[in-house]
Ligand binder design. Structure first.
Ligand SMILES: Nc1nc2c(ncn2[C@@H]2O[C@H](COP(=O)(O)OP(=O)(O)OP(=O)(O)O)[C@@H](O)[C@H]2O)c(=O)[nH]1
Ligand SMILES: [Mg+2]
Length: 270
């Protein structure tokens, strides 16, 4: 799936808190716009609080933005709740996909259905602090193509994970190191919280069924510079996790595919 196929109780890590209070250039003045996609599957209880906090974080900075919730036809009233909010605030939009599933596909769907110059994503379950958004935008406007809310950057935290999950996560990150592009290697290539310049993802083919879009971005896109801003990964506020054995299996398949692309196809072209 390529973008040009269509029209177009957390605590902020100290550094991040400092950065989020920075004065940032107005996106209005720079003719730029942020589209923040929130992929959602049965997140009705989390979204009102998240949307309130995201708007409260962005509004004081005069940023031109829209928040797009991409719901895969959840049956818990997610669409109804977001529609009611969107009726009162046109900067909030709801897109519903029917008969489709897949986190990466949902994000790409939202990005394709907007005209923003800066594209972003964050989870719906409040594990990603919306108060970090101004710092992320500031960093994009300062010249970085990709800015990641990072659990592994100095000052970031993984949260209340058990040691086995921490170990698996660290191993999963380690396996990405050989395939990430030299010079722009990220410490947290599996974060679901990042902003990227639109031109970096246009024309790139991604795997819509995947759960780790950022890794594909880091491997496949032409990115000149990456910044990571630390944050403390929170606990899921309400609802249930969609991470499953299947997600782990899909991740393993994605890694194999990226390794093949990186080392075998490239080798053959030589
Ligand atoms: N639209 C859509 N959203 C999805 C899908 N799968 C997951 N999501 C959303 O993607 C985000 C990440 O999913 P989570 O279940 O929180 O995954 P996780 O954060 O890795 O796992 P936990 O730490 O256990 O919460 C959440 O906002 C989900 O609602 C999907 O198939 N379609
Ligand atoms: Mg989550």
């Amino acid at each position: 799936m390529s973008l040009d196929a269509l029209d177009s109780s957390y605590t902020l890590a100290e550094d991040a808190a400092k950065q989020s209070s920075l004065q940032i250039p107005s996106l209005k003045l720079t003719a730029e716009k942020l589209a923040l996609v929130i992929p959602a599957l049965c997140e009705a209880q989390n979204l009102p609080g998240l949307l309130d906090r995201a708007r409260a974080a962005l509004d004081p900075h005069g940023i031109c933005y829209e928040i797009i919730v991409v719901d895969d036809d959840s049956c818990d009233g997610t669409a109804e709740i977001v529609s009611a909010i969107a009726l009162k605030d046109p900067r909030v939009r709801l897109l519903v996909r029917q008969g489709e599933r897949g986190l990466s596909g949902a994000i790409l769907f939202g990005w394709r259905h907007c005209d923003a110059t800066v594209l972003g994503v964050m989870d719906a379950d409040l594990q990603h602090p919306p108060e970090l958004l101004p710092a992320l935008i500031s960093s994009v406007l300062a010249g970085h193509d990709l800015v990641i809310g990072s659990r592994y950057a100095v000052g970031g935290q993984l949260g209340n994970w058990n040691p086995v999950r921490k170990l698996l996560s660290a191993a999963a990150v380690w396996f990405t190191l050989p395939i990430q592009q030299a010079g722009i290697r990220a410490k947290d290539p599996m974060s679901g919280f990042f902003l990227i310049r639109r031109q970096c993802v246009e024309g790139i083919l991604f795997q819509p069924s995947g759960f780790k879009l950022l890794l594909e971005v880091l491997v496949r896109c032409h990115i000149r510079s990456v910044a990571e801003i630390p944050f403390a990964f929170g606990l899921r506020h309400c609802g249930t996790s969609k991470a499953s054995f299947r997600v782990g299996w899909d991740y393993a398949k994605l890694l194999v595919r990226l390794y093949i692309e990186r080392f075998i196809f490239r080798w053959r072209r030589v």
